[in-house]
Write a new protein. Sequence first.
Length: 81
Amino acid sequence: MVIYMNIKQNVIKIWKKRTKNSQEKLNEDFFDVGGDSLGSIHLLVDLNNFFEIELDPNDFFISPTLDNLIKITEQKIYEKS
């Protein structure tokens, strides 16, 4: 089982990999910092693989912010455990 220490830090690291202009602000929108639709799918796949979860793209697209992504990732991890 994957150790889920520092969920927020790991989500931010993966977020930065998939954005061009991220300032790592929790309220920044993925598409406003250089992300595109294909990149968003890659972002979710990266998170799914890293944390061994299944994020629903619709949950991200409702609010494509770093803060929301951290919250839905944490939620999926806690549901899984």
